[in-house]
Ligand binder design. Structure first.
Ligand code: PBG
Length: 321
């Protein structure tokens, strides 16, 4: 077989191309902060910004004009306490941002990250006992309360990222009991205890004040365990499953694709983004590397890609590719 026959010209190559990115595959993470008149570049994440509520329209309008219709919303609160109570306050930063985005454009699809680490004084993703250990079952009712408050404010979908056991079942029940049985849950199912979250943690002020997240996030060495995590989330009622990070866990994405007939998301995290962005800014890589990296996540089997590169990809797609 003469393989090169099909590579000789661009039209033939386009005809047999197996994987394509589309704007509908992409979810763009955004960060809302307290205060007014703020649009501030995040030092650890080039070209990504903190927006106060009164200027968040600038971000939403830019996304809509590029054709990106899905956002994953993170809040950076001013107020933190042991219980992360500002996470479920109806006037919390996320709740205000949801209402504002929906006011600006009801067609922007708003997914919220449900977790406690930005909101707790200790920076862990749950409630702690006196020894600083995260209490799984005690944390569930807080997570469900946070998710419910997001949905009441107008969120289209919730995405719990805490990695507590049984949270999907608990949250599903809470949403159903409150008349929100139509709101889907995207579960961060196989979320690893990764160092690639570093730039995000400085952007969101969510680094743990002591210890690490290894008692709830997954061991970076395991993939069988990832399959068990995903299976449990599906049993508990997850509508979409997720692998996170993405580029350093392409094997896990592929296994999940082959094992489960479920919509599969992958989170191309902050460290993966900043690594490539800084190489481009420093002239070490061509900008084309962005498309290649995000395409790899799709090729591995993800249907949905959460990525800070969403705008770059949309621009490439809009320019015709
Ligand atoms: C909150 C959360 C984190 C990320 C998404 N949700 C940080 C963490 O778990 O430490 C990371 C996102 C990124 O690195 O882009 N639990």
């Amino acid at each position: 077989m003469r393989m090169r026959r099909l590579r000789e010209n661009a039209l033939t190559r386009n005809l047999i191309r197996e994987t394509h990115l589309s704007k509908d595959d992409l979810i763009y993470p955004i960060f809302a902060v307290e205060g007014t008149n703020i649009k501030r570049e995040i030092p650890s994440m080039f070209d990504c910004y903190h927006y106060s509520i009164d200027r968040i329209n600038e971000e939403i309008e830019e996304l809509m004009s590029l054709g990106i219709n899905y956002v994953l919303l993170f809040g950076v609160p001013d107020f933190k306490d042991e219980l992360g109570s500002s996470a479920y306050d109806e006037n919390g930063i996320v709740q205000k941002a949801i209402r504002e985005i929906k006011r600006i454009n009801p067609n922007m699809y708003v997914i919220t990250d449900v977790c406690m680490c930005q909101y707790t004084s200790h920076g862990h993703c749950g409630i702690l006992d006196e020894n600083g250990h995260v209490l799984n079952d005690e944390t569930l009712k807080y997570l469900s309360k946070i998710a419910l408050s997001h949905v009441v404010a107008g969120a289209d979908m919730v995405a719990p990222s805490d990695m507590m056991d049984f949270r999907i079942a608990h949250m599903r029940q809470t949403l159903d009991d409150n008349g929100f049985s139509n709101i889907p849950i995207m579960a961060y199912s196989a979320k690893y205890a990764s160092s690639f979250y570093g730039p995000f943690r400085s952007a969101a002020g969510s680094a743990p004040q002591f210890g690490d997240r290894k008692s709830y996030q997954m061991d970076i060495a395991n993939t069988d365990e990832a399959m068990r995590e995903i299976e449990l989330d599906i049993e508990e009622g997850a509508d979409i499953i997720m692998v996170k990070p993405a580029l350093t866990y392409l094997d896990v994405i592929r296994r999940a694709r082959d094992n489960f007939n479920m919509p599969l998301a992958a989170y191309n995290v902050s460290g993966e983004y900043s690594m490539i962005k800084s190489a481009i800014i420093n002239g070490l890589l061509e900008e084309k590397a962005i498309y290649e990296a995000v395409l790899a996540i799709k090729r591995a089997g993800a249907d949905i890609i959460i990525t800070y590169f969403a705008k770059d990809i949309a621009k490439i797609l809009n320019n015709g590719r």
